[in-house]
Design a binder for this molecule. Structure first.
Ligand code: AMP
Ligand code: ZN
Length: 289
């Protein structure tokens, strides 16, 4: 293409720092020189974007990205790499000749390629219904057989006697769990309700956890937990993270499944949340008798 800068690089009209070349692909250093070794991989044939590129060419370009990334890791002391493609100007594509960025990564490099995005608030079930490809492309949809767990914790005094409850629903069957502890806190009971619910699911599953505890839900959905782990269980104010024992127990069981946390409004119109609340309070009364 006449006015394409990458076509000009291929023809040699514009110089480049070539890393690799074969009959189909060319790889060269990105001129931005932002991350050490940032490389671009392009097909020699001009396609404007991923959308118009044929699959054979695309496969070759991806294979070349792998070849280069693996070489950097195996031979050049790089620890890993990101492969990134922008399709369309809205996605940040500035050069209209399909290209993949291979971005070498080093332990502790603190390169931030993606902003940590807040939860967009969409209902994943509805999004899945809206966006999934026609039926023949989806063998089975996870959202059809998710385990649903409602949880709640309560405390009489904080700290004080506490109770927790979980109601599980899986393929039309319900399981109810509850328990209490003498000297505990509301947050610990909220956590315990989720832990007990999740620990009772044997095989690895897609699980939706409904909780009215912002403490529990935000820890996952607003990346508090990943930050605590990175900071050796210290809060941003440098104090010890409370309830580390329970968070670690929860993390362990979460890793076994595919868990989505959903915040519900407490003491309102969510029937199962209200049932959990009542069960948790019964547990407190049992302790006080
Ligand atoms: P994108 O924003 O995904 O379209 O990426 C285009 C990339 O091409 C940017 O990272 C630019 O720095 C890079 N680039 C533009 N012109 C050149 C050039 N002449 N040589 C090497 N890289 C280039
Ligand atoms: Zn081109």
């Amino acid at each position: 293409m006449k006015d394409c800068v990458f076509c000009k690089i291929i023809s040699g009209e514009i110089p480049s720092y070539k890393i690799y070349e074969d009959d189909f692909c060319l790889a060269f250093l990105d001129i931005s020189n932002d991350v050490y070794g940032h490389t671009l991989v392009i097909p020699k044939k001009h396609y404007e974007t991923m959308i118009t590129c044929d699959n054979t060419t695309l496969s070759r370009v991806i294979e070349t990205c792998k070849k280069i990334g693996d070489f950097y890791v195996k031979e050049k002391g790089i620890d890993g790499y990101n492969i990134l493609n922008n399709t369309g100007s809205v996605a940040g594509q500035s050069v209209k000749h399909i290209h993949f960025h291979v971005i070498p990564r080093k332990e502790g490099d603190e390169v931030k390629l993606f902003n940590e995005l807040p939860d967009c608030g969409a209902d994943l079930n509805a999004v899945c219904e809206e966006l999934k490809l026609p039926k023949e492309n989806v063998v089975s949809c996870a959202c059809d057989d998710a385990v649903v767990i409602y949880t709640d914790g309560a405390c009489s005094g904080n700290p004080g006697a506490g109770g927790w409850a979980s109601i599980l629903n899986f393929k039309g069957k319900e399981k109810i769990l509850s328990g209490g502890e003498e000297n505990t806190t509301n947050n610990r009971m909220e956590l315990m309700a989720v832990i007990q619910g999740l620990e009772s699911v044997k095989d690895s599953q897609i699980i939706k956890v409904y909780s009215d505890s912002a403490y529990v839900v935000n820890a996952f959905n607003q990346n508090w937990l990943s930050n605590w782990q990175k900071n050796n269980w210290k809060t941003s104010g440098k104090s010890e993270v409370l309830n580390k024992d329970l968070w670690q127990r929860l993390l362990k069981v979460v890793q076994k499944h595919n868990v989505e946390f959903i915040k519900v409004k407490g003491h309102s119109d969510n029937e199962n949340n209200n049932r959990c609340d009542a069960l948790a309070r019964e547990e407190i009364i049992k302790l006080q008798d």
